[in-house]
Design a binder for this molecule. Structure first.
Ligand SMILES: C[S@@+](CC[C@H](N)C(=O)[O-])C[C@H]1O[C@@H](n2cnc3c(N)ncnc32)[C@H](O)[C@@H]1O
Length: 204
């Protein structure tokens, strides 16, 4: 399990648009959230959202029930500062996703880009899936992106587990229905190519 200090140091030492996972816009994530067909009153949690620009675009689209959860208070502060007064409409949670107590059936959409792949022990992954089962409403939408089977073996100096779409879906299992999966070529700010896989599931 990586530490909060590790992530706080990353977000202190690099600007948020120079970290390898930076996206000007989280296009595929937005596309999947659009595909849910949910209206702007949908409750969305971005797990390990960090300083991602996803929240900016969701606010632009009128979504009003957004939660950004992250281990790093520094990452959350970067996003808050960027958003200015708009940050007040967002719920910010500094927490470890495998330990936090989330409210039951609170979310219509669970989004995670590049967090689940840091969970390298079966115990952590089990705890994560239990969180999804508890806090996403029945019929809710789950969008998870990790490095794919041909992606990097590390991210920000930490080991990751890589997945094919089938392997990623298998972690969640029969309590979810896989609706769509897609691979993405992510180009880091320094020009490297990183292969991601996205799985979009419905909680049964
Ligand atoms: C690779 S970054 C991805 C950030 C964001 N999802 C994006 O796509 O821009 C991983 C993020 O997950 C956070 N993180 C790592 N482990 C976590 C955990 N166990 N619980 C909550 N957040 C975590 C880190 O602080 C960091 O912001």
């Amino acid at each position: 399990m990586q530490s909060k200090e590790h992530w706080d140091t990353i977000y202190t030492s690099k600007s948020s648009d120079h970290v390898s996972w930076f996206q000007t816009h989280a296009k595929l994530s937005l596309q999947f959230i659009n595909e849910t067909g949910l209206l702007a009153d949908a409750s969305i949690i971005d797990v390990g959202g960090g300083a991602s620009t996803l929240v900016d675009d969701l606010l632009d689209k009128g979504f009003s029930k957004i939660t950004i959860l992250d281990l790093s208070a520094t990452a959350l502060a970067v996003a808050q500062q960027r958003l200015g007064s708009r940050s007040q409409t967002v719920q910010w949670m500094e927490a470890n996703i495998v330990e936090v107590q989330l409210p039951q059936y609170a979310y219509d959409v669970w989004h995670d880009r590049a967090v689940f792949h840091f969970l390298t022990s079966p115990q952590e992954r089990h705890a994560y899936v239990e969180q999804v089962l508890r806090s996403v409403r029945p019929g809710g939408h789950v969008i998870i992106a990790t490095f794919s089977e041909d992606g990097p073996t590390q991210c920000s100096g930490l080991p990751v587990t890589r997945y094919s779409a089938e392997e990623l879906y298998a972690e969640f299992g029969a309590r979810f229905t896989l609706l769509r999966h897609v691979k993405e070529d992510h180009h880091t700010p320094s020009g490297a190519l990183q292969k991601f896989v996205y799985c979009y599931c419905r909680k049964n």
